[in-house]
Each structure stands twice: as C-alpha cells, then as structure tokens.
Design a protein around this ligand. Sequence first.
Ligand code: SAM
Ligand code: SF4
Length: 475
Amino acid sequence: MDVMGIQQKEIDETRQGEAYAPFKNDINSYKKFFYIESYGCQMNFSDSEIVASIMNTEGFGATPNFEDAHLILLNTCSIREKAELTIRKRLTEFKKIKESKPGTLIGILGCMAERLKFKLLEEEKLVDMVVGPDAYRSLPALIEEAEGGQKAVNVLLSRDETYADISPVRLDSNGITAFISIMRGCNNMCSFCVVPFTRGRERSRDVQSILSEAIDLFNKGYKEVTLLGQNVDSYYWVDEQRDEIITFAKLLEKVALISSELRVRFSTSHPKDITDEVLHIMDRYENICKYIHLPIQSGNTRILQLMNRTYTREWYLSKVDKIREIMPDCGISSDVIAGFCTETEEEHKDTLSAMEYSKYDMSYMFFYSERPGTLAEKRYEDDIADNVKKRRLQEIIDLQNKLSQDSYKRDIGKTFKVLIEGNSKRSDNDWMGRNSQNKVIVFPKENFNANKGDYVWVKVNDCTQATLLGEIVQH
Ligand code: SAM
Ligand code: SF4
C-alpha cells in the first residue's frame, strides 16, 4: 500500500524486491553466483544478509543481475494477500531465464515458503527449493539436492535457531546504519497475524553475540544500529557465565554503552511489553534514539479484544502519555488496520480519534487482509466490504498525512543533532541524515567540511510532506 509520501521503515515499499548488491569489499573471486530479492518487513532484509553470508561461505558470489545467476532466491512475505500475489507475479518473470539457461535454480525463502510448504512446489512448477526462515543453514545441502534434479524442501521451525554465530554480509550498504537481529519468532497470537505460524516460537539471541556484532560494526565505521525483532521488548536472555538476567532494557543499555558515538534504535515494540524501565533507559542515554514504533492496530477496545492485542484503548493511550511524560521530545509511529472483522463506523472513528490523541509522526496503514490459518480466519467472518475497508483506510491515511504535516511543521525553527547517512537523493550538493526522532533531514553541504557518518547540528527552516529541510549550524 502506497502511503503517499509518508516515511516507510519497517515495511519499506521503496525497498520491496530490492536485489542484493555485491559486497563492495569482497575480494574473493567466485565461479558461481546467486541473486537475492527481499520482500516484506525488515526482518527479511536482515535474514537475506545471513543467507548471503552462508552463500559466500559455500563459494557463491552475489550478483545484482539475475541473468548472471546460477541461483535465484526470493525472500518472501505472507503478511497480506497482496504480498504473496506480488511474489507469484515476479516468479512468472523468471520463466524465460529458466528456458534460456536450463540449470538455473529458483529458491523461495521466508514466510511464504513456511506457510505453503510443499504446496508451493505443486503450484509454482518453476520453483526448485522451498526453505523456511529457520532452515537457512541447510541451504548448501538443499542446493546440492536441487542440482541433482530433486525438488528440495526444508521448512522445519526451530525453538533455538538465532543464527547467532553467523556474521551477516551487509546488504546495501551505506556503511553508516545497520540492523542487528536480537530475537526471532513471536509468541503473541494477534488474531489477524500469520507471523507466529511462519516464524515460529519466540527466542532471544545470545547477548554476547549481539554485543560483538555491534562492536564489530562500530569498529568498521558504522554509527547507528537498529535492534530488530517482532517484539523486541520481550527480549530475555540468561547469561549463565556472568550470572546475569538480560531484559530488553539491560540489552539496550549495554549496546548504548559501547560508545556514545554509536546511535541505537529498535523495532518493533508491542505496547503491552514496553516497560517504564525501557523508557527511563532511553531517557538516560543520549545515543538511544528518542523514537518508538508502537503499533496500535485499532483505537477501539472491542476490536482490540477481537484482535487479541491484550490492551484496551485507554491502556494504550496511557502508554503514549507515559512516553511523553518521560521523554517529551520522543517521536512515535504506529501500524493501523482498517476494516477488521465486524468493525462498525463508530469503532473506526475510535481509531481516528486515538490517532489524533497520539499525534503519530507517521504510520504504516493497511486494510485488513484475511490470512489462512490465523485465529481471525477461524473465528470471525471477514465481513467488511472491500469498498468500505478502502474508504476507511483512505480516511486513516488522510488523517495521518495531516498529523505528519503538523508534526513536521512543529519542527521548523528547531535545531537537531543529525547523523549524515549520505548524499540526498535529489542532489549531490546536499546531505541527507536523520534526527533522533527518525525524521529525514536534507541540508546543503556548503560552508562546512562534513562527511558521511559525521554528526552535525542542523537548524530546520522548512519541510515537505515527509522531509525536513535545513542548514548546518554547527559541526
Ligand atoms: N510484530 C510487529 C507488531 O506486532 O507490531 C509487526 C508485525 S507485522 C510484520 C507488521 C504489521 O502488519 C502489523 O503491525 C499489522 O499492522 C500488519 N498486519 C499484520 N497482519 C495483517 C493482516 N492480516 N491484514 C492487514 N495488516 C496486517
Ligand atoms: Fe504478528 Fe502480533 Fe506477533 Fe506482531 S505481535 S508479529 S502483529 S502476532
């Protein structure tokens, strides 16, 4: 869903289907090449970096052109019907390459592989391998099987796989910001959501491996890490060697203490799990970014109950109050679903009023898409007509556009510390960076000899729909 110029992060529409660019500093020469495209949430993009690492070890180099590849991999998403349709359409485009280059292998990875399993092989004759999110270590064996002419499948979910020891090959990369996966799976059973079925039980990654990865990134010049998980606030690790229990608040603090020059972000927080301790740790460390993605889904208590979100409207709004009380300058964003089963007009209006109350800086907005196997599919009728869902979604988008605009306008005249991520998309004469609240700021390079990866102070003079425009006032 195009959300009209509003910043995307977790499900970044501009990155959907992004091909893996070869690791710039990779000095190895390869005889075989793989091509990988990623869809869906940031977790999938992060997983593709793990897959890239496994493939490199197996002697496969990365190529950004699928025509050159021996192996084409699609890391897929099942969250909405449209996500799966996009991938099926994309598959038809690989038909020709299979005909002209017999022997090219096609593998489906990720959530769609996990959801459809063997069925995918029956439905998509083109596909040679189906590999679930916990089975990437078996890729070399599966490739061998597929090279021998067998269809290869591994969709086993694991209770402990975190790929902790695999050092991801950084995807794009701007060399400044990176994602670190801290946990996998999800134990929440939001009734609309397919994730618990496709990504399995929740498990946290060894704290020491997370810290080593962050330190390694910092030593390589990275200045910002985002700790990733479906529900980061339920991170929990018992460090037996040091006799220490690590909660998410503790983890956040440990990463923040690596260096005051290393910014820390995290995503996503389930409102029920984000504790006051996390908020106070965020407040205490300047380098923990003042930004929380806090998906509401609906602003109506009855619908929230049907969604199995385990909080009420009032409880959610009091969480927003608490964030603003502890960190008045904290950015907040959300996920919103329009037209969930049995939602009335009044209940839809409750979502709009909750959005207004929360003053989100941005949101990811969707209409409800029934997913096979979920609790909602089993229990409730998907009874809101498509045109009603779409109209309600449009009202949500219109309101968010207004809230974003208000939020960006409130920043005019303020000065922010900005981490420079690179050139602006439009002009090499301008830098692009983000402030702590995760807003993009574009500003001229002139008069200051700043570099990518530097922190600068930028005064905001103007804004567009989703970008602040400013000038450097201090380097
Ligand atoms: N774990 C995160 C959370 O709980 O907020 C994000 C999970 S999901 C990858 C991202 C978003 O997709 C959800 O927050 C929800 O708004 C949306 N989503 C999930 N299932 C959906 C469905 N069946 N129809 C429409 N939107 C859905
Ligand atoms: Fe899905 Fe809910 Fe888990 Fe998020 S918390 S991944 S919406 S089940």
